[in-house]
Design a protein around this ligand. Sequence first.
Ligand SMILES: Nc1ncnc2c1ncn2[C@@H]1O[C@H](COP(=O)(O)OP(=O)(O)OP(=O)(O)O)[C@@H](O)[C@H]1O
Length: 301
Amino acid sequence: MSIGGALVAGEDTRSGGPAGGLGVRCEGVVHLYKTFGGHDVVALRGVDLVIAPGERVAFLGPSGSGKSTLLTLLGGIQKPSAGRIFLGDEEISRMGERYLARIRSRSVSTMLQGATRNLLPYATGRQNIAFARLALSSSERRDAMLDTELLGRVGLEEQADQVVSTMSGGQRQRLALACSVATAPRLLLADEPTSQLSHEDRDHVLHLIHSLGDDFGTTIVVVTHQPEVAATFPRTVTMKGGRVGAEGRHGSEYAVVGEDGVLHLPGHVAAEWPPGTLVKFEDDDQGRLIITRSSGEGAGL
Ligand SMILES: Nc1ncnc2c1ncn2[C@@H]1O[C@H](COP(=O)(O)OP(=O)(O)OP(=O)(O)O)[C@@H](O)[C@H]1O
């Protein structure tokens, strides 16, 4: 199944070509949450990241490493405490709420974790799609793909007039995806879009997400804990302690050098080399850097 065909024949698609994806650039992004207890939680500690237009990226990393926070900042739902975020040429980290709202309703769609957070529970499938398109101009709405057709593409033609609260988890997730793409976004951000789904629903949702990239060149970023989902993305970005710790590209893993030359070890190495382990750096005769664990324990060599 494909989402192919113009979802919205707006300014980006009038030329007949695909709208194309939106590039993303983060420079030193820091984010703090203020808590009721009066102390700050540092969710992001300096994220530098570039995502090219049309790229498909999976964010990985342990719970609490900052994946969802970064996604909401990219989607213009929250503003960073410090640092800069660009979508295409526009710096969203300095934008006023009015402009951000425009970007959120047109060029960027964020699917929050849990389908129901993205949907009106007592409205039907069709009404949810109409709601997602509220901010479009009347001509854009007139030219948009018919809601029946869009629902058909996510396999929900028979649920068009069914109320969300009576739908299954998989049906809700597919409807949330249909609502997210109803405005033909150039950047799709999805937080755990396939968690708690059956294998069949997971594969269906994944296929739909990738179809969007294939058909429109949409830039796609998903947060996932599922390795089998991450494996379908050509690039992975692994968050560690509020920073980008590692990247995977086409099956190869790379550590990312952070502030002050800090390097996160790959998970399997970190498991064997606890904090305090001494490591030695040596150049070999072919110009490669060899890193070995010292045979001595702790500070004593
Ligand atoms: N609204 C909030 N108020 C206070 N602290 C928060 C808030 N949201 C997130 N945090 C904290 O910020 C840090 C990063 O959280 P975030 O949800 O971005 O991580 P995550 O990697 O997406 O985690 P998970 O995989 O569990 O969803 C965590 O320490 C979390 O407890």
